[in-house]
Ligand binder design. Structure first.
Ligand SMILES: C[S@@+](CC[C@H](N)C(=O)[O-])C[C@H]1O[C@@H](n2cnc3c(N)ncnc32)[C@H](O)[C@@H]1O
Ligand code: SF4
Length: 384
């Protein structure tokens, strides 16, 4: 067995993703495993997740203490906090959680109350990620959200006043009805809330999205490509001027407040995952749970998909994910970890992308330029 293989075999996951699929309302643009109107199932669901954790981890005598836990969704902040506490307890009992672990909870702004914050804190949740999406009522309405600008501002303030300093706020751009001016106002108002972290995603629309019924793809209500680009540059400029560094294509943070959990994904490290539709990368295998809620609850112990990641794919994923980080790939580290010199194996592609101004190679770090970020999917496809 070569050294690389040996290292892989014993690489352990120190991060866990938990999917909580319940929402107060299903937004028109959302393609996640997220369900409204099924609140009655959440208690039983949390018990199934606990069973899944017990079953999957019990078999593993080598499980390591967790350094990060991420409750994503859906809207984990919508369900009774005790259900989250039971899941945290199951993780603690099976593998342990480090004393200074990052434990994140995603939520909509209008689910946040001082009582819930106190309860989340009591259970060890120390980072809140709020889906603000826009601070314009007409945009929120157009995209099918069920909260207002005032509720979004108030949710963030309540979380802060309840002691959540580590606050992450999500925005979206490229929205129907959105203009460069409204985006500028949203960014200014969001920054006035002084979040430690901002994620900003360009809208993606699934093929059968309900949003398309009101705003078909060719609708003039969407910003043009040119405006979309300006929105991206405005986002980067305003965040950086406020002290939030762009550390990943869509993520900005004050130093020390980068999402430790998400960095695990981008560094191509392994992680556990539990809950409906959850995807994990563990012991060299990427696998996922059933996407259908009832099917998952009946068959939580089975995978819907499972793929062993061979060396070739592991390299490709490392490039694909690593270049999302604005620091880029350190080529010496990459060679040490994967045994491949990208400057040799990808010489032609790197040269070409550099000459188009899409990739930058400085001091042994390969990274996307800002133009490269805007068309990152094509650039990365060319490279891998
Ligand atoms: C699970 S949601 C966040 C928590 C909560 N459910 C909410 O919506 O406020 C995660 C984030 O993904 C982003 N998102 C969801 N659907 C998207 C889409 N179609 N295109 C781009 N971003 C999307 C939004 O910014 C959203 O806040
Ligand atoms: S609240 Fe969040 S997870 Fe739920 S439907 Fe809306 S965007 Fe999706």
């Amino acid at each position: 067995m070569g050294p690389l293989l040996a290292r892989r075999k014993f690489a352990m996951a120190k991060s866990a993703y938990i999917h909580i699929p319940f929402c107060q309302h299903k937004c028109d643009f959302c393609d996640f495993a997220a369900f409204a109107g099924l609140d009655d199932l959440s208690e039983e669901y949390s018990r199934v997740v606990v069973q899944e954790i017990n079953q999957r981890l019990n078999k593993d005598p080598n499980a390591e203490k967790l350094a990060t836990v991420f409750f994503g969704g859906g809207t984990p902040g919508y369900v009774p906090p005790q259900q989250l506490a039971n899941i945290i307890e199951a993780l603690r009992q099976n593998c342990g959680i480090e004393a200074n672990a990052e434990i994140t909870l995603e939520t909509t702004p209008h689910t946040i109350t001082p009582e819930k914050c106190a309860s989340w804190q009591m259970h060890g949740i120390n980072r809140i990620s709020i889906g603000v999406e826009s601070l314009q009522d007409f945009e929120l309405k157009a995209m099918g959200r069920d909260h207002t600008r005032a509720q979004a501002m108030s949710g963030a303030r309540v979380a802060r006043e309840s002691g959540y300093d580590n606050l992450a706020l999500d925005l979206m751009y490229g929205l129907p009805e959105q203009t460069l001016e409204s985006w500028s106002d949203t960014l200014d108002d969001l920054l006035s809330l002084q979040p430690k972290h901002i994620s900003a995603y360009g809208l993606t629309i699934a093929q059968n999205s309900p949003l398309l019924l009101r705003f078909p793809r060719d609708s003039e209500k969407y910003p043009s490509e040119e405006i979309f680009e300006k929105m991206y540059y405005m986002l980067v400029d305003k965040c950086e001027a406020a002290g939030l560094a762009q550390y990943e294509i869509a993520n900005f943070a004050f130093p020390g407040y980068e999402s430790r959990h998400n960095i695990v994904y981008w560094k191509n490290e392994e992680y556990l995952a539990f809950g409906v539709s959850a995807h994990r990368y563990y012991r060299g295998i990427r696998s996922s749970n059933f996407r259908g809620l009832k099917k998952y609850m009946r068959e939580f112990f089975n995978d819907e998909t499972a793929e062993e990641i061979d060396t070739d794919n592991r390299l490709k994923e490392a490039v694909f994910l690593g270049l999302r980080l604005r620091a880029g790939l350190n080529l010496a580290e990459f060679q040490q970890k994967y045994g491949v010199d990208l400057l040799v194996s990808k010489a032609r592609e790197i040269d070409k992308l550099q000459s188009f101004g899409l990739l930058d190679l400085t001091a042994g770090n390969l990274k996307l330029t800002q133009r490269g970020v805007l068309i990152s999917n094509s650039v990365l496809a060319e490279l891998i």
